[in-house]
Write a protein that binds this ligand. Structure first.
Ligand code: PGA
Ligand code: ZN
Length: 430
């Protein structure tokens, strides 16, 4: 008899992402299902991320992914066709062996990840199971609190704001659906507040759908947000809290060994004081990449000083890599992990990264990239892993809303079972 779980075909193509850059889309076929996955791409990428293979040359200004696509169609496909689509870990391991490099530079992490995610989706479809349940099992039920990036700066926007992300978290809501409504209402009021203060042309949006008004100082976005939240009828702090990702690797200048924020130079200690000042004035509950990707000492210092009070999240420093996360755990360099599947390149390794962080008592934030697609995979992943947090942009642009909308569907499907952790986003089980 025909095995319904046998992989009968694997096919990749080059498509466009949310920034209009090429990316990899993969389809995996079984006799009873097809799983499709699309690969995201960062702008403020960590140096130690798995390698995204780009063609170079003049096509797409060098950003073409025809080599990655060919690697799927000619090298990976023949190896995994015939395998059982539910053997996720075997398939991921075979791809690692085929690649043979530490950072997936041979086949490309974009090639490998596309297959890895499409395999998971094809398996869940073949089993007739929702993706979050296939990955997370019968106990996947925690909805994530959104970290919604409503003011964009850094390399994601054309303004002069050095800090990259100013996010709102509806911690006082009692369901995901209600939380995302609060976020949407606040976002629209914020638009009015910005238009009134800076004019109509100041409400253009950045890569992650947040507004990019002409601000410079790191405290200015928080002032606008307080005003918007109050005008929307919510209480800053109690109901809607703040998260921030300065993405400080981008404004660290190795030549002078200093961070430069709004033309002022800061050493690590001075930057720590700036963060402390912001945290004392505004209800900030989560701070990501406060220092650059090799500044382990200052990460450890800020975690020691502020880790009891707020979440310290590592993104570029850990790059979802279990080895770097282990170093972070040993050094107490953070208390939370930003989980980006394309930083490491396979679903199995991303889940390993999550387990490594969990076992150290860390929080986990499943995250999109600034270059995204309409693929909502990470929405399912956040529920599958019961992380309690997701960072996936402003409630604008379908590359961001596809994730929020998938979470609305999942919560509906899990009615009576789903738990929205609210203020307990760092550890929904404590
Ligand atoms: P990126 O930014 O996707 O451009 O790397 C997101 C982040 O820094 O968290
Ligand atoms: Zn980041």
């Amino acid at each position: 008899m025909e095995n319904p779980f046998e992989i009968t075909g694997v096919y990749a193509r080059e498509i466009l992402d949310s920034r209009g850059n090429p990316t990899v889309e993969v389809e995996v076929y079984t006799p009873v299902s097809m799983g499709r996955a699309k690969v995201p791409s960062g702008a403020s990428t960590g140096t130690h991320e798995a390698l995204e293979l780009r063609d170079g040359g003049s096509r797409f200004h060098g950003k073409g992914v025809r080599r990655a696509v060919e690697n799927v169609n000619k090298i990976i496909a023949p190896e995994i066709v015939g395998m059982d689509v539910t053997w996720q870990r075997d398939i991921d391991t075979i791809m690692l062996e085929l690649d043979g490099t530490e950072n997936k530079s041979n086949l490309g992490a974009n090639a490998i990840l596309g297959v890895s995610l499409a395999v998971a989706r094809a398996a869940s479809e073949a089993l007739g199971m929702p993706l979050y349940q296939y990955i997370g099992g019968t106990n996947a039920y925690v909805m994530p609190v959104p970290m919604s990036n409503v003011i964009n700066g850094g390399v994601h926007a054309g303004n002069e704001l050095d800090f990259q992300e100013f996010m709102i978290m509806p911690v006082g809501a009692d369901s995901f659906r209600e939380g995302i409504r609060w976020v949407s209402e606040t976002y629209h009021i914020l638009k009015g507040v910005i238009a009134e203060k800076y004019g109509k042309d100041a409400v253009n949006i950045g890569d992650e759908g947040g507004f990019a008004p002409p601000l410079k100082e790191p405290h200015e976005p928080f002032e606008l947000l307080i005003e918007a939240i109050e005008e929307a009828g919510y209480k800053p702090g109690d109901e809607i809290a703040f998260a921030m990702d300065p993405a400080s690797s981008e404004f660290f200048h190795p030549d002078i060994g200093k961070y430069v924020v709004n033309d002022k130079e800061y050493d690590g200690g001075e930057l720590l004081e700036l963060y402390k000042d912001l945290i004392s004035k505004y209800p900030i509950v989560s701070l990501e990449d406060p220092f650059h990707e090799e500044d382990w000492e200052n990460f450890a210092l800020i975690t020691k000083e502020l880790g009891d009070k707020i979440q310290i999240v590592g993104d570029d420093i850990f790059v979802t890599n279990p080895k770097r996360i282990r170093k972070g755990i040993n050094m107490r360099a953070a208390n939370a992990l930003l989980l980006k599947v394309n930083q490491i390149g396979t679903l199995s390794e991303a889940i390993d990264a999550a387990y490594t962080a969990y076992r150290a008592g860390w929080g986990i934030v499943v995250s999109h990239r600034s270059g995204e697609t309409d693929d909502p995979f990470i929405a399912d992943l956040a529920v599958a892993l019961n992380t309690g947090q997701i960072k996936t942009g402003a409630p604008a642009r379908m590359d961001r809303n596809s994730k929020y909308n998938q979470l609305i569907r999942i919560e509906e499907e899990l009615e009576g079972i789903a738990v929205y952790p609210g203020r307990k986003f760092r550890n929904p089980f404590l």
